[in-house]
Design a binder for this molecule. Sequence first.
Ligand code: FAD
Length: 482
Amino acid sequence: APIIVWFRNDLRLADNPALTAAAQASAERGAPVIPLYVLEDEDATPWALGGAQRWWLHGSLERLAARCAHLGSPLVLRRGEPGAVIDALVAETGADCVLWNRRYAPTWSARDAAVEERLKARGVDARSFNAGLLAEPWTVEKKSGGPFKVFTPFWRHLSATLDPPMPTRAPSALKAPRTAPASDALDRWGLLPAKPDWAAGLRRRWVPGEAAALSHLADFLDGPVGAYATERDRPDHDGTSALSPRLAFGEIGPRQVWHAARHAADARPELAPGIDAFLREIGWREFQHHLLHHAPELPDTPLDRRFADFPWREDPAGLRAWQRGRTGYPIVDAGMRQLWQTGWMHNRVRMITASFLIKDLLLPWQEGERWFWDTLVDADLAQNAGNWQWVAGCGADAAPFFRVFNPILQGEKFDPQGDYVRRYVPELDRLPPRWIHQPWAAPTEVLRQAGVRLGDDYPRPFLDHAVARDRALAHYRERKGK
Ligand code: FAD
């Protein structure tokens, strides 16, 4: 009887334990393997895939389907409630085993548990594996018991105890069932934007799929990682790995990243400091999953309850200016436009733009979280929620609320020549570095020579940062008293 492998956010063939188990069982008992992807019904969760991720998913599935077909058993595409879809496929094919890799966000893990129970009740062998984390949340505990709430001890503990298994290779062939199950046509899922076609920038920037993920990791570890500890904060240089969307879709897994990075550090000791700093960020990814597992309310509710009734403002014009990259603060606007055009934003600038929304505009962090969710190709419930709460100062191990990012100083420090701003805010292209992060302060003659008409080509500041900062701090002091 066939074995179904249910792909989800593990869109790869190598280091995929569910697929490896299926291929092994198939070799032992000659069973066919049916690779399956289910596009889950959109309204089952408030966190249905955002637009940018739908675009990515299309590209990733296209490539996965090509590889499955090449190995011998085409990928079956179906849509609907996964329990019902899988039940139907089991009935159609007579499959007696369904394997998948676990998801960790509570919305999805509850759903998976229901699927598992239903299959087992029908006598189907249903089993799940870990493909997505170095250590699953329930396996990491403080010495004194209970989950970690602070990153540094979490990572100290994890990195000292970790011994992740070696990644497995992709199977060399997959035996197809005698009759191919019906499959939807990917193009008919409507994952790509119709009109307007906003995805041109995404197409220019990214190649989804496992092969691109692996070669990208290899290129990064081949050199750029050496300078990562300092370069990671420079949005004007491409000093980070850009692996986040690939990790979010599981085109590559953290065990592959871990072993490849350790191997590179052994081979070239001069890279080791960069590699340690890089793996520490992979550790942050683990930590956010850990937090979400233990605090399922993370995407909606501040972990620090003093923020539950924070007097956030309502300001549709401010929100729109932020979303469109027209706040008048160049580093903020460059970040928001990078996000819109490419589906990704540099981490330093994510912190600056998030701080601007929360502390300068005094808008609820959940508004920013929503916007990021829809526009990021790497949107991930745990990473997005945990990081927004971190910047808001209401999460676990968060930056204190009184630390307000100054968009001018941050710009001058991390984009000293203004090259990042120039790339995404071409209106300011000809402004000299001295003024590029605060064009409103430039002498009229400088603006004229640079061809910038403030309030016309480029907005004047939406608000005065110094005044907004004092307003935020006044609110913070009030919270502190609670
Ligand atoms: P690198 O610097 O190369 O880091 C390597 C990997 O480490 C990343 O791919 C990522 O998996 C992990 N990592 C790096 N920084 C962080 C971090 N601060 N927290 C958790 N993991 C991290 N990341 C997402 O993957 N999805 C999100 O939805 C997301 N939302 C964010 C929202 C805000 C407000 C902020 C401040 C950060 C958010 N991040 C999110 C974290 C971080 O910005 C991205 O992971 C990083 O910019 C991805 O680029 P990279 O792959 O080049 O990172």
